[in-house]
Write a protein that binds this ligand. Structure first.
Ligand code: NDP
Length: 419
């Protein structure tokens, strides 16, 4: 019933592709296209014998719009699911515009070279006007809204877990539990242990840039920025236990502030162990998180890319990771004039994910919603020309699909609150 081009074949894509193949009534044909075609071929060989979904593969450099256009024109998909890196968001959106094909992703645009003067000028203006200094923001992609409307295609942004499921939880809370939501605390807890002294659960470059950026939250109509890791809380996570968590800037704060009417405060917390933080600080202090090239024996090397080569590949962590993740949102607000507090969350077990799709829970909790968001688009369940975040649509079919496809959720009334 649908033909989808999936770009990228890393940790998240592997899960999303597994899930598409389990859902072959919707995903009748998929093409896996990435920079390294051998990875796409290996995944196809593994999955094709057990699925009705017809899988093809292709090589593509997603930084190159013309190459993308050629591939889209020859494969003729209804939608492109971008599971490469945030660096490729705009080139893939450009190609979708040129070919009039729907676009879906899980992470907002980031510039690969943050020293590029043209990008830097726009970034610095935004820092001043908006008040947060993370390298990523939605403005680049929201700017495509009019063009997507005119082309009659849809761009669905951020259908991973956070952003993604946490944003759908927010729309669901507003639809079914509240007249007004005052505060949202998004809590992302990984209680998993992979046994390495240091490794990141998804692409190291993207992950380390995210967590080493200053923290920020939305309060009373503006951003409040604080030094990285300077706000710490403890929380007793259902099925995981007590963990330290730290306030981070996170991309869904930006879209939820716009799309949840009247919300007064939105914060995002992620759990980190002390060893992770010590490693990260040390790497940052010695310059290993730098994204600009340095010369080593006459060869240009980007330190964070070298670090990525040295660290364990996140796609290989699954087998050795034990424990659970718990990701969700605590909402405070009012219903029928009465104060109300609820916590909606999902618990995901690393080893169960590994048994199902040979992946750890971080890739799983992103790959499943990537498949679900794409399903919403290609089945027409969510259908509106323009560029949108997931909380702008009816959350009910997505919430139902989460239960069906491996990420069941819980609504807890009167939960423990975060100070
Ligand atoms: P990986 O690094 O594991 O995979 C990235 C894939 O993209 C690789 O297959 C890589 O190819 C491919 N790729 C990179 N550059 C290009 C290019 N120029 N052209 C074609 N293919 C390219 O990343 P993850 O799977 O961990 O992450 C995928 C996405 O998911 C990221 O955008 C990440 O930010 C997002 N994410 C979102 C989350 C959420 O909850 N919303 C949580 C976690 C991740 P190669 O194999 O050759 O390197």
């Amino acid at each position: 019933m649908s033909r989808v081009l999936i770009i990228g074949c890393g940790g998240v894509a592997t899960v999303a592709i597994n899930k598409c193949c389990q859902n072959s009534d919707v995903f009748t044909e998929i093409c896996i296209a990435s920079r390294t075609k051998s990875k796409c071929d290996a995944l196809k060989d593994k999955l094709q014998p057990d699925t009705k979904t017809v899988i093809t593969t292709a090589k593509v450099d997603a930084d190159n719009v013309e190459e993308l256009v050629k591939l889209i024109e020859s494969y003729k998909p209804e939608a492109v699911l971008n599971l490469a890196l945030p660096y490729q968001d705009l080139t893939i959106m450009d190609a979708c515009l040129k070919t009039k094909v729907h676009y879906i992703d899980t992470a907002n645009y980031e510039a690969e070279d943050t020293e590029d003067p043209e990008w830097r000028a726009i970034y610095e203006k935004r820092c001043k006007e908006e008040g947060f200094s993370a390298y990523f923001d939605y403005s680049w992609q929201w700017n495509y809204k009019k063009q997507f409307e005119e082309a009659g295609i849809m761009g669905l942004l951020g259908t991973g877990f956070d952003p993604g499921v946490t944003s759908v939880f927010s729309a669901y809370a507003l639809k079914h539990y509240f007249d007004e939501i005052d505060t949202i605390d998004i809590l992302d807890c990984n209680g998993g242990d992979h046994g390495y002294p240091f490794a990141t659960n998804f692409n190291p470059e993207i992950n380390l840039r995210e967590v080493s950026a200053p923290g920020s939250y939305w309060e009373d109509g503006h951003w409040v920025e604080v030094p990285a890791m300077s706000i710490k809380r403890e929380y007793d996570f259902p099925q995981v236990g007590m963990k330290d968590m730290y306030l981070l800037h996170h991309e869904e704060i930006e879209s939820l502030a716009k799309n949840i009417p009247g919300v007064k405060r939105i914060r995002f917390f992620m759990t980190f162990g002390q060893s992770y933080l010590t490693h990260m600080k040390c790497l940052e202090n010695v310059g290993m998180l730098r994204t600009d090239p340095v010369k080593v024996n006459g060869v240009e090397v980007v330190p964070i890319q070298l670090l990525k080569e040295l660290l364990p590949d996140p796609a290989t962590l699954g087998e050795r990771t034990v424990g659970k993740t718990n990701i969700g949102c605590i909402f405070r607000g009012r219903k029928d004039g009465k104060e109300k507090t609820i916590y909606i969350y999902n618990v995901c077990d690393h080893q169960e994910c590994y048994r199902e799709v040979e992946s750890q829970a971080i890739s799983y909790t992103t790959g499943v919603p990537a498949m679900i968001g794409t399903m919403m688009v290609v089945t027409g369940m969510w259908n509106k020309a323009g560029v949108y975040n997931v909380e702008e649509f009816d959350p009910d079919p997505y919430m139902e699909a989460l239960n069906k496809w491996g990420l069941p959720w819980v609504v807890e009334e009167n939960p423990q609150l975060v100070e």
